[in-house]
Design a protein around this ligand. Structure first.
Ligand code: ADP
Ligand code: MG
Ligand code: MG
Length: 892
């Protein structure tokens, strides 16, 4: 068993074994770049350690051997008193994650070797500075002492010296600090700082391994679906010193701008600094461009290396480097994280530069990134005053008056004001307020908090966990650390894409990408980048994309977004408003004649509805679902109506209609409406209703044909569980079709199919397919029916718990539960096609717009997905990416 690998032994593709940091250090070493030598203790060693609870057999020996060879190479021994070799101990799992142990630098220093370092470097100050850093990092990360113990002592000393900069501290100051730190370690850790360098190394390594199991890391893994069993690697690397004076320093850089994607020199540099000083904000850094003036040779060397790295990785890289007395060293690289805009631009630029092809640029962007680019955003040029920052829980840009409780949110929203609901955290009681608000801001909770989950579900902008806000809902205000409090009615702006909170109203601009996707011609480099991958995606995808749209306007918009038909046109909203009266008449009708009369009044209205939609989607299929919800949803509220009737009775002024209505409401009341008289069941109990709808569809289509159009209606029967139900309704459809054909003198082409949204339908799909020309998987209901819970009831009550516990990594309403619901879909698709090879298959649940689900539907072989108009571009992009076999998540 090999546990330890020299940097010369690995490469960038061995992340699972060496961790990301180790794999890339090896890659750079083998590219011949100046990387301080070292070795990686593999994730396998970590796994073995965690399994036994101690170092596995052979590991200590391997480390000794590698250390010895490192010592030979460097010509010094670890912690040798006269001339010590010092190393860093760095954690690094395959994917970087929060909660893992921070790096410890300068391992090998002790009371003796610090003198050796001073002598060798002729710089006592540097030696003392390195030692106090070791004590500080080791104390905090390995021994688990609160890091404030150290930072406060340092701050106090700086204050005593009347300075804000650590570089102003002299040798004696630092010597004193070393003593203070050693004492603090004694006090807080109950042991002295280990003087034995080999013990330092081992304790640090164990601490890295142990940090795999910190609560934070474990929680993050559950949420991000990272395998619990992977473990982390540990890198041991010879130190180079950026804290040796002004000809030294440490820096970070990106090979392109991670914000815009543009080429140029991006990064920060800090003279006379070590490790993370440059990003820790302890002193003001200079921009990388300014480094050219400070140290031209190192700067030029760095640019050459960045170029090498980009060519080699064929991607934007981020880099950590250190300069020690004019010599440049590379300490880390990886493919850099970037904003969505940068992702698209970099893809385009790199294609133009010949580094990658268009397919690769398509693989490298995601539907989620495209979706972010479609949101309206705060005008980048506008003035703004940042007051807090939280987590970017649900994207968008929202401006409104701060309110601190849901009642006020609802009240103010009703009188037409835009409000932002500000809460410590939200709970199910806040639902009304969240619906009424433009955005939601909380001071507590993470991306799976109630606020975040619900806001994302509703598409509301949300910033959560803005911890610097102290929200007091009783006093209706939020204190802002170091600023004026926000009071009820104060206007604030929240950016759900960045997590930023601003005081006042920041102007919002439309997204150029959105305007482009809606068909406007725009001359903009981001738009060109998006255009190129969208075009490619449309070329390569097999899966078609339709939209869920209920009105001609939505249908037209969906078409502009590239929809290739309508996958779900719901008809229930067509019975609301003024038409509610007609539905009431239908329900209270005493005989068939009464029903017929009510239906006859509805018919022309429905026909108009359908004509408009068929016209907007001329030449493309339009799947119209016959009425699905229980009828009592169209009736007045039971309590209100009984009060009304009681009053009427009191005043001896009984209205017959109201009385009948009340009887109907009573009669139609259901314990579990979701499982009650709805869908196909309605069509069987009140046949006239479905027949009216079918007639309206076919007459509308006939009108369109007469007008020279090309209507392609598809009649969809909801909530079918058994083929016999479908057969009954098909009989009705056939009757109506025959009538219409007779009346119009020509046939009206149409298809009849069903939704698959009940488990029974899925498992008897072979039977159902014999009577259906198409299936559309209604994955919302199928998810409810498979899990046995109703979305409205559970999502806001216990989903956040389920997410925390890792029962779901993501809500099954957001992303298809592939292992459960997905299995039904796969099974039904196969059964259906077995008995009806021409069966057309689609999906019309919200999952049709979810990237991971889209890849699944493509793999299962569905013909199309249907989603809300705004998700159509996302679905087009992901369908293309799926065709190229890319994974759904952003790898960069
Ligand atoms: P993180 O994963 O938090 O970035 P790193 O392991 O990269 O932690 O190390 C933290 C800081 O220490 C970085 O700035 C890194 O460049 C620096 N560093 C790590 N190893 C060495 C070394 N051998 N010599 C000098 N600086 C180092
Ligand atoms: Mg760090
Ligand atoms: Mg790093």
């Amino acid at each position: 068993m090999t546990y330890v690998y020299d940097f010369t032994e690995g490469d960038k593709d061995q992340k699972d074994l060496l961790g990301g940091k180790g794999a890339n250090l090896a890659e750079m070493t083998n590219l011949g770049l100046p990387v301080p030598p070292g070795f990686t203790i593999s994730t396998q060693a970590c796994r073995a350690y965690l399994e036994v609870g101690d170092l596995p057999d052979g590991l200590a020996g391997e480390i000794d051997a590698h250390l010895e060879s490192l010592e030979k190479q460097m010509g010094r021994r670890l912690g040798e008193p006269g001339d010590p070799l010092l190393v860093s101990v760095r954690s690094g799992a395959a994917v970087s994650m929060p909660g893992m142990m921070e790096t410890v630098l300068n391992v090998g220093l002790n009371d003796e070797s610090v003198r050796g370092l001073a002598e060798q470097s002729h710089d006592e100050r540097f030696a003392m500075d390195s030692y106090r850093r070791l004590l500080q990092m080791f104390g905090a990360t390995v021994l688990g002492i609160d890091s404030e113990v150290f930072s406060k002592a340092l701050d106090r000393l700086k204050k005593d010296r009347g300075s804000t900069s650590d570089t102003d501290l002299g040798v004696e100051d630092l010597r004193g600090l070393v003593e203070t730190f050693k004492q603090a370690i004694h006090e807080h850790a109950g042991r002295g700082f280990p003087q034995d360098p080999r013990e330092q190394l081992e304790l640090a390594m164990r601490a890295v391994f142990d940090s795999w199991n910190t609560e934070r890391a474990a929680l993050y893994r559950r949420q991000e679906r990272i395998d619990e069993g992977m473990g982390t690697a540990v890198n041991v690397q010879a130190m180079v010193f950026g804290n040796r004076g002004d000809d030294s320093g440490s820096g970070v850089a990106f090979t392109r701008d991670p914000a815009s994607g543009n080429q140029g020199v991006y990064g920060d540099y800090l003279q006379n600094a070590q490790g993370e000083d440059v990003v820790a904000g302890i002193r003001n850094t200079v921009s990388l461009a300014d480094m050219e003036q400070i140290d031209k040779a190192s700067y030029d060397g760095l640019l050459t290396i960045m170029n090498t790295l980009e060519k080699h990785y064929r991607d934007m890289c981020d880099i950590e480097f250190t300069v020690e007395r004019g010599k440049l060293w590379m300490l880390q690289t990886r493919v850099g994280k970037r904003t969505p805009g940068a992702a698209f631009r970099i893809g385009r630029h790199m294609t133009d530069e010949g580094l990658i092809d268009t397919d690769e640029s398509l693989r490298r962007v995601t539907g989620a990134q495209l979706a972010q680019l479609m949101f309206p955003r705060f005008d980048e040029k506008a003035e703004r005053s940042l007051i807090a920052k939280g987590m970017n829980a649900s994207p968008g840009a929202a401006v409104g008056k701060a309110v601190f409780d849901s009642d006020t949110a609802v009240e103010w929203a009703e009188r037409g004001e835009d409000v932002i609901l500000v809460r410590k955290e939200t709970n199910p009681d806040d639902l009304r307020g969240m619906v009424a608000a433009k955005g939601i801001l909380t001071s507590r909770g993470g991306k799976t908090s109630h606020a975040a989950v619900v806001a994302r579900g509703m598409g509301r902008t949300c910033v959560c966990g803005a911890e610097s806000l102290d929200v007091n809902s009783k006093k209706k205000r939020a204190k802002v650390r170091g600023g004026e409090p926000i009071r009820e009615g104060d206007v604030i702006s929240i950016d759900g894409t960045t997590g930023e909170v601003f005081l006042g109203s920041v102007p919002v601009t439309d997204s150029v990408v959105m305007r482009f996707l809606e068909g406007e011609h725009i001359d903009d480099d981001l738009v060109q980048a998006v255009d190129r991958v969208m075009t490619r995606s449309d070329d390569v995808r097999r899966l078609r994309v339709r939209a869920n749209a209920d009105t001609p306007e939505d249908a037209a918009r969906a078409r502009r977004f590239g929809a290739e038909g309508i996958g779900l046109c719901r008809t229930e909203h067509m019975f609301l408003g003024e038409r509610r009266q007609l539905v009431e008449n239908l329900i209270v009708a005493e005989d068939e004649a009464g029903q017929e009369a009510a239906l006859a009044q509805l018919l022309p209205m429905q026909r108009d509805d359908f004509r408009g939609i068929l016209e907007a989607m001329d030449g493309l299929p339009v799947t119209i679902r016959l009425i699905d919800p229980p009828l009592h949803e169209f009736l007045p509220d039971y309590t209100e109506l009984s009060v009304k009737v009681a009053l009427e009775e009191d005043q001896d002024d009984l209205d017959g209609h109201d009385q009948k209505l009340l009887d109907a409401v009573k009669r139609l009341h259901e314990q579990n409406p979701m499982l009650g008289l709805r869908g196909v069941r309605l069509g069987i109990v009140i046949p006239g209703l479905f027949k009216m709808q079918v007639r309206a569809i076919l007459e509308a289509a006939a009108d369109r044909i007469t007008a020279g159009g090309d209507p392609q209606p598809e009649i969809m029967i909801p909530l079918v569980a058994a083929v016999t139900e479908l057969d009954l309704v098909r009989g009705q459809v056939a009757e109506v079709a025959a009538d219409v054909e007779r009346e119009r003198g020509h046939a009206v082409p149409h298809k009849v199919g069903t939704m698959i949204e009940l488990p029974r339908a899925a498992v008897t799909a072979n039977e159902i397919a014999k009577s259906a020309e198409f299936f559309s998987f209604g994955t919302n209901d199928l998810t409810q029916m498979t899990w046995g819970f109703s979305r409205d009831d559970v999502e806001s009550s216990f989903f956040s718990r389920y997410l925390e516990h890792g029962i779901f990594q993501v809500s099954p309403f957001e992303s298809l539960d592939v292992d459960g619901v997905g299995r039904l879909v796969r099974h039904a698709a196969r059964l259906g096609r077995q008995s009806n090879p021409d069966l057309h298959l689609g999906v019309c649940g919200e999952h049709g717009g979810d990237p991971a689900s889209i890849h699944f539907f493509d793999e299962v072989g569905l013909d199309y997905v249907s989603c809300s108009p705004f998700r159509v571009p996302v679905a087009r992009l992901e369908a293309g990416r799926s065709a190229l076999g890319s994974s759904t998540d952003a790898t960069r």
